[in-house]
Design a protein around this ligand. Sequence first.
Ligand SMILES: O=C(CO)[C@H](O)[C@H](O)COP(=O)(O)O
Length: 217
Amino acid sequence: MKMIEIAPSMLSADFGNLDRDVEMVNRSEASWMHLDVMDGVFVPNISYGFPVIKAIGRNARKPLDAHLMIVNPQNYVNQVRDCGVDLMTVHQEACPHLHRVVQQIKDAGMKAGVALNPATPTMMLDDILPELDLVLIMSVNPGFGGQKFIDLALPKVRRMRGLIDSLELATRIEVDGGVNMQTGKLLADAGADILVAGSFVFGADDPEATIASLRQL
Ligand SMILES: O=C(CO)[C@H](O)[C@H](O)COP(=O)(O)O
């Protein structure tokens, strides 16, 4: 049976103890380190940028999965790659020339992902899906950790799973926002491959054990 992969969102880490939290993720059963970059333009919040990604990457022993919630991500592809990122995800809503950006990411040697906001239908990716390593379905409106899960993500995951399977693609489905044991189980049953979890992991008494429990879903 396929096990779900977990990508702890470092947005909820303690930035005063970043090395400690990176080491916790290293020890854990997580498959990825998820990095949320916010620019205050595409989303109404600013998180962190390249110096912090580099600092995380220096000690990370898990692949880096960077979620760019920014306008004009095409201008930063090489900088993202130079930070050691393995998988770069951009928003469909931020990219009028999405195909070009995806090619830039792949040409830079990274895996390419595209994220969809809750109100963006899956059909926006119908044509480009065979080019993608990952689809990131947002289950909150991007910009903040700790928000409530939006239920409409579930039929979107089911629809995307059906499409990917019917085309026999290897594209992975990642879901981000409001993930806990209950919503995580629903998402795993709906066909998600990777769950991003921020506040549920880093707010737990035992974050490492919480990652292990999510992985069992
Ligand atoms: O992309 C994000 C916000 O835009 C975060 O990754 C996401 O919200 C995870 O945080 P939480 O698990 O606390 O909901």
